[in-house]
Design a protein around this ligand. Structure first.
Ligand SMILES: *Cc1c(COP(=O)(O)O)cnc(C)c1O
Length: 361
């Protein structure tokens, strides 16, 4: 038995993998796998509709929003979103809260007049400034935020229901989408790479309000054009059929956990347990993020004595606790505790951490 704390591609719920295995060689009596059938055939269209309808129900996506399963990942969306949304004056505002919003700013700089409405770079990306202090231009085509910074472990505390900024809000939710209920109607566009909380890599989710669909720049590739993909029900070209299938199974599993309200309770218990272990370790472990802005999904922490890092990782691995090494940009450790990580996995991690601190502290 192992527990997987990988930041991404990340753990997929075991029942989802078991079901995929059981259906792999003969999908619903077709005699082939789901990967080997036409995306336009009746069998796959049912899989596609099931994934889309389940997502709409789980996230309470309003009727005036389209759901698109695309490709290109979160990083692709850093360009795809502006190519679709910058409009005629090509102005957009960005909030920089860490590694991924920095990448988003680097990408969009090639396409338009970009203004940084707020940045937490001066404090080392350890908090989020209050939205009332953000300096958003009222003629910006949109305001872009990354609601959960996967590497820095910073989550916007108001992400489930953000304030109105007077311009459409565009959010990268790659690493915490579907971890808790949220109000989709507060956003213009939400995007997420699937490989953290939805399924395998190579699948990208886009949720977009209807009125933002048809303003892509002429040079935007057709497959990345939100309007064209919406018109063709995200089948302008071949989608990641295997990814869509696994996402649908993950949504079934989420429903079995009581939907987003159910999984939110588990996620809350997990994060509370882990941060408590860090905070009550008398400084043996530490997390630098301001408490209200701490991520429920990605928990970076460091050891006071960094010379113990290798021993910590090796012993954790022997105890079946995998992939706890922090991102090279931040160092130290990181436990990613997405939806698929069970509470018992976090309990096992905390037991190990307490024991390690007792022996080495
Ligand atoms: C992982 C991640 C990305 C990059 O996703 P890719 O699918 O590798 O392009 C972007 N944003 C956030 C918040 C992420 O966690």
């Amino acid at each position: 038995m192992v527990y997987n704390f990988s930041a991404g591609p990340a753990a997929i719920p075991l029942p989802v993998l078991e079901r995929a295995r059981s259906e792999l060689l003969d999908f619903q009596g077709t005699g082939t796998s789901v990967m080997e059938i036409s995306h336009r055939g009746e069998t796959f269209l049912k899989v596609a509709a099931h994934a889309e309808n389940s997502l709409r129900a789980l996230l309470s996506v309003p009727a005036n929003y389209k759901i698109l399963f695309m490709q290109g990942g979160g990083y692709g969306e850093f360009s795809i979103a502006p190519l679709n949304l910058l409009g005629k004056n090509r102005k957009a505002d960005y909030v920089n809260t860490g590694h991924w919003s920095t990448k988003a700013v680097e990408e969009v700089a090639r396409y338009g007049d970009i203004h940084i409405a707020s940045t937490s770079e001066p404090n080392g990306f350890t908090s989020v400034a209050a939205p009332s202090t953000w300096n958003v231009r009222n003629d910006a085509a949109y305001l872009h935020i990354c609601t959960n910074e996967t590497i820095n472990g910073v989550e916007m505390p108001f992400w489930q229901s953000p304030p109105d900024f007077g311009v459409p809000l565009v959010a990268d939710m790659s690493s915490h989408i579907m971890s808790r209920p949220m109000d989709v109607s507060k956003y213009g566009v939400i995007y997420a790479g699937a490989q953290k909380n939805i399924g395998p890599s190579g699948l990208t989710l886009v949720i977009i309000r209807d009125d933002l669909l048809d303003q892509a720049m002429p040079h935007c590739p057709a497959v990345f054009n939100y309007g064209s993909q919406a018109k063709s029900e995200w089948m302008l070209n071949t989608p990641n059929t295997w990814g869509v299938y696994l996402a649908g199974l993950t949504f079934d599993w989420l429903n079995e956990q009581g939907g987003l309200a159910g999984i939110a309770k588990v996620n809350d218990a997990k994060q509370a347990l882990l941060y408590k272990a860090i905070d009550e370790s008398n400084g043996f472990y530490s997390n630098r993020v301001a408490k209200p802005d701490r991520s429920w999904m990605n928990v970076p922490f460091s050891l006071r004595d960094e010379s113990l890092n290798t021993a910590f990782l090796e012993e954790a691995k022997s105890a079946g606790l995998l992939f706890l090494k922090g991102h090279r940009a931040v160092g130290g450790m990181r436990a990613s505790i997405y939806n698929a990580t069970p509470l018992v996995g976090v309990q096992a991690l905390v037991t190990f951490m307490n024991d390690f601190a007792k022996r080495k502290g």
